[in-house]
Design a binder for this molecule. Sequence first.
Ligand code: 7TS
Length: 411
Amino acid sequence: MLKTKMALDVEKIRKDFPILKVKVNGKPLVYLDNAATSQKPKQVIDSVTDFYENYNANIHRSIHKLGEQATAAYENAREKAADFINADSGEIVFTKGTTESLNLVAYSLSNELKENDEIVLTQMEHHSNLVPWQQIAKKKKAKVRFAEIDSKGELKTDQFNELINKRTKIVSVVHASNVLGTINDVGKIGKIAREKSDACFIVDAAQSAPHMKVDVKKMNCDFLAFSGHKMLAPTGIGVLYGKKDLLERMQPFLYGGHMIKEVTFNDSKWNDIPWKFEAGTASIAQAIGLGAAIDYLKMAGMEKIAQHENELAEYAMEKLSEIKEVEIYGPSAGKRVGVVSFNVKGVHAHDTSAILDSEGIAVRAGHHCAMPLHSVLGITASARASFYLYNTKEEADKLIQGIRKVIKVFK
Ligand code: 7TS
């Protein structure tokens, strides 16, 4: 009874998402590709329209009324983003997304890396938290080490005790895997990193921040990255949280307008943080949209969202495990976000996805930008269903029916 009272009002939520009325191949859209990008509620779409219709102007430069209004709205979105992860607004750098956030950190910290320094990542990183470090390590002759996953798709967290040492300068880990769904114990990893080294501790929260309460103070991370578009906001806006002293110390990533205080022909002085890292005209409408998205998520309640997605993942996994032709990757539902990757044995994930699409069901198929992880799993591709606050049990049932059709067609 209590559970029902606590639950999300999904039917009400669905009414806020215009795209959910769309038909795909003559069937109602079942959107289960939320790990790639989420859909947008009317409140977010309206906030963007309102900006363009009523106060579109560049920010932090024009003294006129619209410029002031736009600047206030942009900075207000920064406050909301800060509050969302329990940070101060001066610690929030707006970027294009997680990829840019992680590249910014990697580039700026690379200045401090030396030969034989070590970087510790995990086997379940998205390419955006692997390739930047790998390339910097090559340039600096540093070494990248990887914490492994076990047969259940959980991280061997204790391995960090052996992997991290005085040479470790960076520890960068994904909070929730975009393939396995696994939620990693970043608190514990951060604690080990602090005990064993002076390393910077970085968290990729692209798949966690949209789906659960994230608190940078509790995590005690130095940096944290996430993308707006995976949490109801437009594309082109993301967040890099960084501890103040580190942001102060770091070199800018991009040079140009807005990130400077003073420029002469021979030298430049940088702007204060966070603007030191926001060169050029910002993604203004997108940031305002992110603010509206955060309002929406807070209204729905992050705990309720997490619980709802967990129930959907558990339900879908239970039904999928009843089908003997299906192989599911990753840990039990209680240990993951609402991401469920699988394969129908003997059928390529792209074929599975194509049949599901013919039923109006959108899932992603491929390596999900985690090729090394797929090689550890011994596969080249997987199909992935990923849930969000507007998905329902009925949609999970449609996914199962669709998979039964895949088996009928290919077996
Ligand atoms: N980190 C993780 C864990 C991700 O899942 C993604 C995107 C990124 C970083 C990069 O985010 P971006 O917004 O900069 O692109 N993941 C996916 C995915 O799983 N399917 O499409 C994008």
